[in-house]
Design a binder for this molecule. Structure first.
Ligand code: 4AD
Ligand code: MG
Length: 454
């Protein structure tokens, strides 16, 4: 018979046609007259029920084993499904040692238990749903940009710049040759790092294309085991030329969030529902609330005033000029009725060299923006970029970076335009829409300080 994936079989007409389905056994129930199997192949959260003669049962046919089933697709009497597979032959492709297998039938395992088995966790319902959502989310984000006139750019993974200037770079090393005493460190003798952001490369391209984006892995040598930091994460970055103000950037940040989320909710409804029902009950309402409200805009100075007046006692006392801590971010979002909040116009000294100077007196600020969301905190960072040659030149000069960024200055010399952009942490985005508490549970193979399993 024709081969079908589980998803195809579930939506096929049960007309008794011969089919063949391959997958992994999610449950086995053996009764006197009949043997029931549930099989899954990752194409759907729902399993395909297989009904068989008990004499097709074997010791090797157990929870976790892989099977190749031939039979007929017939109408099911089960109220939850339309079709079932009446097996004529069941071949066990690979058995599963159920004693040693870390997951047990019908048990719901805690996320931190499942996380110990990065090589096996995609066999659980929750993690296979997550991977399908991650795939759809990737597609939805690409569609958003392609539909809105952005050109996709592959920015490099190996880079010579520290875009964020935070010194969180992983250095790239080529192997040293015994014939060369002392070895040749770095990238064939020149310094090179894993990228912390594709922004500066996007700015290059935005100097000729008005709207560009990239979506790839980024790396931060942050010695953090927190629930929202990874050493390797995916970032969605956009750069827009001919901007009028920071509002243009915020509008795109908000649109991307809302349009991509709506697409994901409609395209993987069942998988998202699993999270909203079992992983983070109540999260659906919180997300709907974020989607239907216009995001709040607040200046950094206002944010500091709000924090100073807060009845809460913070471990870091809020003062104008200090970075917002996680506790501050949480309070601000709560203060804004759990609607995502844009904080704009940060102190000059808090943001990297590229941020556009507001030239605004003693409380000197730049046109930078962070988007804060419930639970996760900072989801996006963005800014207008300094497009004025002389202002940028003197800032780089004071930082001792004139030589390093000669090429970046030249972008301001040859047809400069007001422009800006943003970066969104893709894993934090998934946490935010699904209600997942730990960032390590939204990426297939998490890398963080002291941990690189597999
Ligand atoms: O705020 P960041 O550092 O901004 C930039 O890198 C800009 N150059 C982006 C741009 O304008 N093109 O990082 C952007 C986002 C953060 O808001 C956060 O969501 C995420 O990336 N992020 C991390 N996610 C997981 N683990 C980490 N260690 C992260 N560091 C940043
Ligand atoms: Mg940031």
């Amino acid at each position: 018979g024709g081969r079908l994936r589980v998803r195809e079989a579930l939506s096929a007409q049960p007309q008794g046609c011969d089919v063949r389905v391959q997958g992994w056994v999610r449950s086995v129930r053996s009764q006197k007259e009949v043997l029931f199997l549930d099989i899954n192949d990752g194409t759907s959260l729902q399993n395909l029920q297989v009904v068989a003669d008990p004499k097709l049962e074997s010791r090797d046919l157990c929870f976790g084993s892989s099977v190749d089933v031939q039979g007929k697709l017939v109408k099911s009497h089960h109220r939850k499904q339309n079709v079932e597979l009446q097996a004529e032959d069941i071949r066990v492709v690979g058995s599963c040692d159920s004693i040693a297998f870390p997951f047990k039938l019908k048990e719901r395992h805690a996320a931190d238990y499942v996380r110990q088995f990065p090589h096996l966790r995609c066999k659980t319902n929750r993690f296979s749903s997550l991977l399908r959502i991650r795939s759809e989310a990737t597609a939805a984000i690409h569609s958003y940009f392609q539909d809105n006139g952005y050109v996709h750019i592959h920015t490099p993974v190996i880079s010579s710049n520290d875009c964020e200037g935070a010194g969180e770079l992983f250095q790239v090393e080529t192997p040293s040759k015994p014939s060369e005493p002392g070895g040749n460190s770095h990238f064939f003798d020149v310094p090179a790092f894993l990228t912390v952001s594709g922004q500066l490369h996007l700015e290059v391209v935005a100097g000729a294309f008005s709207r560009v984006f990239t979506f790839g892995p980024t790396f931060r040598a942050e010695n953090s085991q927190s629930r929202r930091h990874l050493a390797e994460f995916y970032m969605v970055e956009a750069e827009i030329s001919f901007t009028e103000s920071i509002q243009d950037i915020m509008q795109e940040m908000e649109n991307l969030f809302k349009v991509a989320t709506a697409a994901i909710l409609s395209r993987c409804h069942e998988d998202v529902e699993l999270f909203h029902k079992y992983v983070a009950p109540g999260h659906k309402d919180k997300l709907d609330h974020m989607l239907k409200n216009k995001f709040v805009i607040m200046s950094y100075s206002e944010a500091i005033e709000v924090l100073k007046k807060a009845p809460e006692v913070f471990s870091f006392k809020p003062e104008w000029g200090c970075d917002l801590q996680k506790e501050h971010e949480k309070y601000l979002v709560k203060h804004c009725a759990n609607i995502p909040v844009f904080v704009i116009n940060y102190p000059y000294d808090l943001k990297p060299f590229y941020a556009r100077d507001n030239v605004d007196g003693p409380q000197h600020t730049v046109a930078a923006v962070d988007l804060l969301v419930p639970e996760v905190g900072e989801l996006y960072g963005g800014s207008l970029r300094e497009e004025r040659l002389h202002i940028l030149q003197s800032r780089l000069d004071r930082l001792g970076l004139l030589d390093t960024y000669q090429w970046y200055l030249e972008l301001r010399q040859f047809g400069t335009v007001p422009h800006g952009g943003f970066g969104m942490g893709f894993e934090r985005y998934l946490q935010c829409i699904l209600g997942v508490d730990n960032i390590k549970d939204v990426i297939p193979f998490p890398r963080f300080s002291h941990s690189c399993l597999l």
